[in-house]
Design a protein around this ligand. Structure first.
Ligand code: CO
Length: 215
């Protein structure tokens, strides 16, 4: 019953206030999270719960298969605010084994709009793995594709103007790629962290010339 959610909320609020009388008063005045979490919408991968973080400790954006689309204004707005206003130190892109989005992307079936959303996963699959026909992906293959996609999304985020501007301004923010195991509840670091050092090694191109274009 949906009313149970409201009842549970009242109990939760009362328990928090009993433990710390100023809990909500303090939280309502300020949020200063050190982490931005970009994860899958899957109900089994709630950022706060699996990372053991309290309200106020992590800024969160979730979408199907935790993808970075360079034209996604929702995601870009979240990243811009987190990096430039909240000053988060770490961005965690977290995927998970057994992701339905990853499976759907290479299933060969047509699902509709989501097929467009999942294109970056197919792009990774075509460059990193032998192309398989529908039904040919084993669980182990899908796990590898899941990891490869997370690593690619870290790279995509590192290339956005938002992150490059942050590094140019010497902001201390890093992007990490993590994967979560539904079967054991454990997070693993995929070792693909990108820091400001990347920017120093590869500064952006000069501004485009202001000379009129030849017609
Ligand atoms: Co998923």
């Amino acid at each position: 019953m949906i009313e149970e959610l409201l009842t549970k909320n009242k109990l939760w609020s009362a328990a928090r206030k009993a433990a710390k009388p100023d809990y909500f008063e303090r939280l309502s005045k300020l949020q200063r999270p050190e982490y931005l979490w970009i994860g899958c919408s899957d109900s089994r991968v709630p950022a706060n719960v699996i990372a053991g973080l309290e309200p106020g400790e992590v800024f969160v954006h979730r979408n199907v298969a935790n993808l970075i689309h360079p034209t996604d204004l929702n995601m870009l707005s979240v990243v811009e605010y987190a990096v430039h206003q909240l000053g988060v130190k770490h961005i965690i892109i977290c995927g998970h084994y057994g992701c339905g989005g990853i499976r759907a992307a290479v299933s060969g079936e047509r699902f509709g709009l989501i097929d467009h959303w999942l294109q970056p996963v197919r792009d990774v699959s075509s460059t990193c793995f032998e192309c398989r026909e529908s039904g040919g992906w084993s669980e182990a293959d899908l796990d590898k594709l899941c990891e490869a996609s997370i690593i690619e999304q870290v790279e995509r985020l590192a290339r956005t103007p938002t992150l490059r501007a942050a590094w140019q301004e010497m902001k201390d923010v890093s992007i990490h790629g993590w994967v979560y195991g539904l079967k054991d509840g454990l997070l693993s670091d995929l070792g693909c962290t990108v820091t400001r050092d990347r920017f120093a090694a590869s500064p952006p191109c000069k501004s485009p010339s202001t000379a009129p274009m030849a017609t």
